[in-house]
Design a protein around this ligand. Structure first.
Ligand code: HEC
Length: 130
């Protein structure tokens, strides 16, 4: 009978260990669930423009900077850009955008965008105004 109390301790130990395992398992699950939730909240806003694609960049820049004067269909109200590629090379267009219309296209303001954006816009316009 000397060993009997030990069974009692052993039983308590087993119950305790089982409880510990169950509780930590529940805890880990809860932590994962919380992390998943937090992760959702931290996700960056959906990227709508592929910044490595000049066409997409150009289209976005056109729509935010030029569309007020040149319109969604490139026919104004102020300057009709349709068939742009028949009148200008890509470099021409970049020059007009960066330096403004000057005497040739009065009313076309200079410095609306930097040269990189102007190049992207020119690429986009050459395709879109065909
Ligand atoms: C404040 C109004 C205005 C804004 C904003 C504007 N433009 Fe213009 N743009 C004009 C006017 C006016 C002309 C001259 C049109 C003409 O003489 O036929 C012109 C002419 C042009 C031309 C030459 C057109 C041709 O027929 O050869 C290009 C190219 C051009 N704009 C591109 C752009 C781009 C790209 C942007 C945006 C970065 C832009 N413009 C923003 C008013 C504007």
């Amino acid at each position: 009978m000397r060993g009997k109390p030990l069974y009692g301790y052993a039983a308590i130990a087993v119950v305790g260990l089982t409880l510990m395992l169950v509780l930590s398992f529940v805890g880990v699950n809860e932590k994962n669930a919380r992390l998943a939730l937090e992760g959702e909240g931290e996700q960056p806003p959906q990227q709508t423009v592929d910044t490595t694609d000049p066409m997409a960049l150009g289209e976005q820049a056109y729509k935010s900077t030029c569309i007020g004067c040149h319109g969604g269909n490139f026919d104004g109200p102020m300057g009709n850009l349709n068939g742009l590629g028949d009148r200008h090379s890509k470099d021409d267009i970049i020059n007009i955008i960066v330096q403004g219309g000057g005497a040739d296209y009065p009313g076309m303001p200079p410095g609306l965008v930097d040269a990189d954006k102007a190049a992207a816009i020119a690429e986009y316009l050459l395709e879109a105004t065909k």
